[in-house]
Design a protein around this ligand. Sequence first.
Ligand code: SF4
Length: 337
Amino acid sequence: MLQQTRVDTVMPYFERFLARFPTPLALAEAPEDQVLAAWSGLGYYRRARMLHAGARVVADRAEMPRDREGLLELPGVGRYTAGAIASIAFEEPVGLVDGNVARVFARIFALEDDMRRAGMKRAEALAEELVPAKKPGDWNQALMELGATICTPRAPACERCPVASSCRARAEGRVDELPVMGEKAKPKPQRVQALVARTKDGRVLLARRQSSGLFAGLWEPPSIDGDESAGDELFGRFALASRALAGRVTHVLSHRRLTVDVHAAVLSKRPAGSALPAAYEALDLFDEAALDGLGISKLARKILAAAREAAASPGPLFDPKMPRARETGRRARARQS
Ligand code: SF4
């Protein structure tokens, strides 16, 4: 849970998750829908699916691997996670490098390589070389903590640093220059058309994504990539008499910046599963009250909120050429205030 997510955000999720799935066996036996629902709101759902798959392997073997090599065989466990579990839980003297440790090493050893590329390999080699045989878990946690609390990206507290006397970056007055970080690829813009279709009694149509790819296994209003004309295909599949543009939401993923046109429509009957585009494997109608128990992405929640907001304040139809007119979300509210 902590990968890409802050500790204070994770805490309540962690506690709820452990209460719901207290053992690897409990997690292994749970249906994927329930695991995704317990993860809902944390994002990066691939982690939940991998954790679930890993629990199933552990349950099948009736044994948790106790060293890095064995841990690396579990689904979703990479070098960093394997090193953390092996050293902290089982005292195996193996190193690990996360962003914090990479920064600490780059400064202490004045590493010149790009830490997004070759520099990371150099840091990993140093981590292996330096980790002590005694209390390797404490060592690794101390390094991560040093990077998180003292040797921070901006304004590191060198005057309080316990390794200041060994730090080359400090001695050479180059703390602000290190680590060297190459350009990150910018997220690519992508248009999406989403359909929030409700029955007359208020149930909403959701579709579940296939088990691999973006938002795998999650429920969402059926969507299709592309501009309005691409959306016609989706709406044609559901044979809708009419639809109204209800708003627009934006959502940034690591590689993509999504701009989603949200369309509202009324369903006269339950559509057949064959209406779904290839990205989905199932569809169903849900009461609003049931949505909390489902694995739903943050983007899907934004789309549903935009449709709800539009329904609550009927007015002139949203004009896609004037995105600010009914743009929803925090940014729109900030602009309006
Ligand atoms: S002296 Fe400063 S730059 Fe060097 S490791 Fe400590 S906090 Fe980081």
